[in-house]
Design a protein around this ligand. Structure first.
Ligand code: AMP
Length: 312
């Protein structure tokens, strides 16, 4: 079994009220693959960078164990660049600049060795490129996708077409409201599921995540942290942890999805503790297992006794 992830590989500049970082390694595919790699030996990246992409960043991904055969280099072009600014409430952020650069003309051509991928993660990227990748994979077992307000606003029709082809869609709460044109999250979820994805996950930053399926709604907590440095990449690390767990559990039943949401939240909780994806490189399996256990304890609700019995 293998996981394929397509997305951006980027230079990110990040400002928060407490510090900043300039042109660090970023991009949806970087965070997604580095997170998934903790669960799966065979994680394949599809993306594009320019001739300005430093060897050091390439090594970061390679040392993280990510297969880079599908990372194209446009020697004459510049790497995708994103500049984000977080507010005092770090759940709020503004995009100050997005430069597509080499992404604007990217036509992915998958290496032969990628065509048999089992789980396909369409990371945050132009929805037409997401479909170009999906069309090339022979017979994926499970297709996940993510997006961002940029694509909801700039390529709404193309995004709808991609949505009709995915099993599981992962999106944050503000984007869910925008996409569905509906302020109530439960009603927004139902509208988005009508667009195609059977499973929908709505991430709510430091308020956890909601999983919507045909059968039920599941609510996962977020981990209370006292050292959040940079929330960038949390959504992509979430997707990587989810895909990784689904790969490990070898099944896509409702329990595996629920556990996947917890492992996604675990990976997101680690990534925000440092600028860029560095924290993902230092993690051990014990770190991940212990934090997953803490999540379980955090959400444990004791047995509830009916009110009439309590009063008797
Ligand atoms: P997240 O914090 O999980 O929403 O993802 C942030 C990452 O997405 C950053 O590393 C950016 O480089 C990347 N990014 C920002 N804007 C876009 C976009 N329009 N399309 C694809 N990736 C993007």
């Amino acid at each position: 079994m293998s996981i394929l992830a397509v997305g951006t590989v980027a230079f990110d500049s990040i400002d928060t009220p407490f510090g900043s970082a300039d042109r660090v390694l970023g991009g949806s595919a970087s965070y997604l693959t580095l997170a998934a790699r903790h669960f799966c030996e065979d994680v394949r990246l599809v993306g594009v960078v320019g001739g300005d992409f430093p060897d050091e960043y390439r090594r970061t991904l390679a040392d993280g164990g990510v297969d880079l055969e599908g990372l194209e280099v446009e020697e004459d072009g510049e790497t995708f660049f994103w500049h984000g600014e977080y507010h005092y409430d770090m759940n709020e952020r503004d995009t100050l600049d997005t430069q597509l650069n080499v992404l604007a003309s990217f036509e992915p051509d998958l290496p032969e060795s990628y065509l048999d991928s089992d789980i396909v993660c369409l990371g945050n990227l132009e929805p037409g490129i997401q479909r170009d990748v999906l069309d090339q994979v022979d017979d994926p077992e499970f297709v996940m996708a993510d997006t961002m307000n940029y694509w909801i606003e700039n390529t709404p029709d193309s995004l709808r077409t991609t949505l009709s082809q995915v099993d599981c869609f992962v999106i944050n709460d503000a984007e869910a409201r925008e996409l569905a044109d509906e302020p109530n999250l439960v009603r927004a979820a139902s509208r988005i599921r009508d667009m195609g994805p059977e499973t929908l996950i709505i991430k709510k930053g430091e308020h956890g995540a909601l999983l919507f399926t045909d059968h039920s709604v599941f609510s996962a907590p977020a981990y209370p942290l006292d050292d959040i440095q940079d929330p960038t990449g949390a959504g992509d690390a979430f997707a990587g942890g989810l895909a990784g767990h689904l790969y490990q559990s070898g099944g896509l039943d409702p329990e595996a999805l629920r556990r996947g949401v917890i492992y996604g939240s675990v990976m997101a909780s680690f990534v925000v503790q440092r600028y860029g994806p560095d924290k993902l490189l230092d993690l051990t399996r014990t770190d991940i297992t212990e934090r997953a256990r803490s999540f379980r304890e955090l959400a444990a609700i004791p047995t509830l006794v009916p009110l009439d019995k309590q009063l008797a």
